[in-house]
Structure formats: C-alpha cells, structure tokens
Design a protein around this ligand. Structure first.
Ligand SMILES: [Zn+2]
Length: 185
C-alpha cells in the first residue's frame, strides 16, 4: 500500500465521468468556493506547500459509494499546477501532441512527484502502475480468464451506469449548503 503524500488519480469511474461540481453550479458560486479554499490555505499548495498565489488550482476530492450509489464530494483542495497535473496525470500528459514537449512535461512531473514524496523513480513507476491497475483501463485479453474478467467488469460498469446516482456534499466543503441546493435543483 502506497503512503504517498501526493498520489496519481488515473480517472474517474465512468458513472462519475460527467459529474463535476465546477460544471454543476453557477460560475459565481464556484468562484466563491475557489477563493475560499485558496485563502484558507494561505495561498499555498495543500500537498507540497508551494506558495503560488497566481497559479493555484481548486481540486475536487471525490469518493464513491457503489452500494448506495452516492457520489461524495469530500473536500476541495488548493493545489499548485504540478500537484494538480499529477492528480490528472493521464489527462495532463496525453493531451500534449508534441512528443518532445510531452516527454519533458512527464520528466518534470515525475521529478515533482519524487521530490514531494521523497521517493525513487522506481517507486514512482510502481505507484503509477498500481493506480493504472485500479482504474477501468482494460487489460489486454490474453486468456479465457482475462476475457471472463473483462466481461464481468463490463457488466458491472453497465449496471453502475444504469443507477440513479445522488450527490453528497461533505460538511467541510466550503459553501456546502449552497452547493447542495444547486445540485438538488
Ligand atoms: Zn503542490
């Protein structure tokens, strides 16, 4: 089990793909939430501590309850660009078309991960593959067992997609009541 301060999140589960608070609430409320988290953090990244008032990102921390079909917004964090890019590592890296630029960004993010977590390159790679394995990225089918496993995975995803998911906003999220009433409307 990784105990890193900064972790990579490969992707949201498909049933949660289009659910972001940022897009579900009015711009003005989102701006208030964002300003609040940046002020609360003293305009510092809540993971690596970088003081970066001009370029902080507000990152939604989600949890999912696949038994009760709940999308749980646990917290909104202030993050620097590098920590935020690592959270969305795939998106941040894969959208870059120029291979040289992409390699440079990847090296930079890898170094940031290693510095923040005080770990080796090998540990970075292991963490990355662990997170990949936990995501819904399907393995290459090689055997009958792989195919059956993929099939079960797909059926489970299709089942989850069909459910009525409800939002839950944790109390520590700034403007939780306002966000809840927006999400319910
Ligand atoms: Zn940071």
């Amino acid at each position: 089990m990784d105990e890193f301060r900064l972790t990579i999140e490969i992707g949201k589960p498909s049933y949660a793909q289009y659910n972001t608070v940022r897009e579900a609430i009015p711009r003005s409320l989102w701006n208030a939430v964002r300003n609040h988290v940046h002020e609360r953090s003293g305009h510092m990244c809540e993971i690596c501590g970088k003081h970066d008032p001009d370029n902080l990102h507000a990152h939604e921390v989600w949890d999912y309850d696949e038994e009760a079909f709940l999308l749980i917004l646990k917290e909104i964090q202030s993050l620097c660009k590098s920590c935020h890019d690592l959270k969305h590592f795939h998106h941040a890296v894969l959208r870059i078309k120029d291979r040289k630029v992409r390699d440079r960004v990847m090296r930079k993010l890898k170094r940031h991960f290693m510095r923040v977590n005080d770990c080796t390159e090998k540990e970075f790679t292991r963490h990355y593959y662990n997170q990949l394995a936990k995501s819904e990225v399907e393995p290459d089918a090689r055997s009958m067992e792989d195919l059956l496993e993929m099939n079960a995975l797909r059926e489970r995803q299709a089942f989850l997609m069909r459910q009525q998911w409800r939002f839950v906003v944790a109390d520590q999220v700034p403007f939780a009541d306002e966000i809840r009433s927006q999400l319910e409307s």
